[in-house]
Design a protein around this ligand. Structure first.
Ligand SMILES: NC(=O)c1ccc[n+]([C@@H]2O[C@H](COP(=O)([O-])OP(=O)(O)OC[C@H]3O[C@@H](n4cnc5c(N)ncnc54)[C@H](OP(=O)(O)O)[C@@H]3O)[C@@H](O)[C@H]2O)c1
Length: 291
C-alpha cells in the first residue's frame, strides 16, 4: 500500500501522511533503562505492515527499541524510511542530544528533527528558543537532519523563530482532532509553508466520549463502510494534515494504513469540522496550554 506524501518546505523532503508513533502507549519513564522488547516487536510489526514514517523522541525513552526495530527490518532501505525524533530534556545542547539519538537509533541522519515543545525555563536551561533554533539550523546544514521543525508551538512561539530563521520550520506537530481545532494556527502554518502534523487523532472516540460527533461518526462509518478509527484518521488527512497514530495491535495498524485507500467527501469533512467545534477537549500538555 502506498501512503501519499507531502513535500516539506526545505531539503526536498517528502513526509508520508500517516506516521507510527513511539510515544503515548510506548512511552518509557525517565530512568527506566531496561529494554522493552514489546516496543521493538510492535514497531517491527508496524514496519512489516507498511508504515515507513516513524515518530520518536528522546523523551519517550525508547529510541534504542526503535533503532533495534529499524535494524532488524533491514530489507526496508533507509531511504524508504522517514524517521522523526525530538529534543526537549536535553534542549541545552541540541547537538549533543541529536548525537545521542542517532547512536540509539543506529542511523546516520534523521529525516525530521523537532523541538518537542516551547515550554522550558530558558534561564535554567541556558538557551532561548531562538538559540535552540539556530543550533537546529546548524544540524540541518551539516546534513545530520534532512528537515527541522517544532512541536506544540503556538503562533507566539513560531513568531520568535520566524524572526531569526534562515531555515523556516518545516513542520509543527500538535494535538489536533475535531474536538481541538485551531483555525488561526492552521492558517498561520499555511501562510508560512509549515506542514501541520497532528497527534491524538482518535481522541474523540478513545478519550472524549460521549460527544456530539458520536452519531455523525457512526453514520459516516456506515456510509463509507469504514471503522470509526478510519473515519477519524481520514478526516485528519482530508483536513490537510499529516497524522500520527499508534497501536500495539497488528489489525489496528493495518486498519490505519488502509485509510490511504479512500477519501471523505468535502461535505463530510466540513460536517465533522462543524460538529466537532461544539466540544473542546485537550488531553496533552494541559498545564502548559491555557485554552
Ligand atoms: N509531540 C507531542 O507532544 C506528542 C504528544 C502525544 C503523542 N505524540 C505522538 O503521536 C502518537 C500518537 O498519539 P496517540 O496515542 O494520542 O494517538 P491516537 O491514534 O489518538 O491513539 C492511539 C491509541 O489509542 C488506542 N486505541 C485505538 N483505537 C481504540 C479504540 N477504538 N478504543 C480504545 N483505544 C483505542 C490505541 O491502543 P491499541 O494499542 O489498543 O490499538 C493507541 O494506544 C504518539 O505515539 C506520539 O508519537 C506526540
Amino acid at each position: 500500500m502506498t501512503v501519499p506524501t507531502i513535500k516539506l518546505n526545505h531539503g526536498g523532503v517528502e513526509i508520508p501522511v500517516i506516521g507510527y508513533g513511539l510515544g503515548t502507549a510506548h512511552f518509557k519513564r525517565a530512568g527506566n533503562d531496561a529494554l522493552d522488547p514489546a516496543i521493538t516487536t510492535a514497531t517491527e510489526t508496524a514496519l512489516s505492515v507498511g508504515f515507513t514514517h516513524l515518530d520518536g523522541a528522546e523523551v519517550y525513552g525508547n529510541e534504542t527499541e526503535l533503532g533495534l526495530a529499524i535494524s532488524s527490518s533491514s530489507s526496508i532501505p533507509r531511504s524508504s524510511l522517514f524517521i522523526t525524533t525530538k529534543v526537549i530534556s536535553s534542549i541545552s545542547s541540541p547537538s549533543e542530544a541529536l548525537s545521542t539519538s542517532l547512536k540509539k537509533l543506529g542511523v546516520e541522519y534523521v529525516d525530521l528533527y523537532l523541538i518537542h515543545a516551547p515550554f522550558w525555563d530558558e534561564k535554567e536551561k541556558g538557551i532561548t528558543i531562538e538559540q535552540a533554533w539556530k543550533e537546529l539550523e546548524g544540524l540541518y546544514e551539516k546534513g545530520l537532519v534532512k528537515a527541522i521543525g517544532v512541536s506544540n508551538f503556538r503562533i507566539v512561539d513560531l513568531e520568535r523563530i520566524r524572526k531569526v530563521a534562515k531555515v523556516q520550520p518545516a513542520v509543527n506537530q500538535i494535538e489536533y482532532h475535531p474536538y481541538l481545532q485551531n483555525p488561526e494556527l492552521k492558517e498561520y502554518h499555511k501562510t508560512h509553508g509549515i506542514v501541520t502534523a497532528v497527534y491524538g487523532p482518535l481522541i474523540p472516540i478513545t478519550k472524549a466520549t460521549p460527544g456530539p460527533l458520536d452519531s455523525v461518526i457512526e453514520e459516516l462509518s456506515k456510509k463509507y463502510n469504514k471503522s470509526a478509527t478510519q473515519i477519524l484518521l481520514r478526516w485528519s488527512i482530508d483536513d490537510g494534515n499529516v497524522v500520527i497514530t499508534t497501536s500495539s495491535k497488528e489489525w489496528r495498524m493495518k486498519e490505519a494504513l488502509e485509510v490511504a485507500e479512500f477519501k471523505l467527501d468535502d461535505e463530510d469533512v466540513e460536517r465533522i469540522r462543524t460538529v466537532g467545534k461544539e466540544k473542546r477537549h485537550r488531553v496533552f500538555w494541559t498545564k502548559e496550554f491555557t485554552d
